[in-house]
Design a protein around this ligand. Structure first.
Ligand SMILES: [Zn+2]
Length: 69
């Protein structure tokens, strides 16, 4: 009987180890990916693609720089 209890304990520890590993791997995957940046066509500042102002296919850091000179 004790043999089965020991076996059960070993299986439980192994299962807990696998679950913990899977959980930490999932957490790592949830981290935000490195954001792609674009260079402002006027001042050369790098801004995240989502925050960039696009005018006529060119990227700018702000609306002012996107206006025609
Ligand atoms: Zn700019």
């Amino acid at each position: 009987m004790l043999k089965y209890l020991l076996l059960l304990a070993v299986v439980a520890v192994a299962f807990a180890y696998v679950v913990a590993r899977a959980r930490s791997a999932r957490r790592r995957r949830d981290e935000p990916p490195v954001q792609a940046t674009v260079r402002c066509d006027r001042c050369g500042v790098y801004v995240p693609q989502a925050a960039a102002v696009r005018v006529n296919g060119r990227a700018y850091c702000c609306v002012e720089h996107g206006r025609s000179r």
